[in-house]
Design a protein around this ligand. Sequence first.
Ligand code: SF4
Length: 64
Amino acid sequence: MRIIVDETLCEANGMCEMALPEVFFITDDDELEVRQDQVPKAQMEDLEQAIRSCPRRALSLNED
Ligand code: SF4
């Protein structure tokens, strides 16, 4: 499983960061940084919430 960000859609509004700040981070340059592309099972619910919270539908999971 890997987190995919469609950078053509992301507008760096930080909604995902609010849901899962351990993974998503908005830099001082207003860019989204994904700090880890996998999460432990205990954080899966927060990750799914982060994906749902994206108003641009820029986040998805690759289920490899
Ligand atoms: S919620 Fe979506 S649009 Fe906002 S920073 Fe995260 S990926 Fe980008």
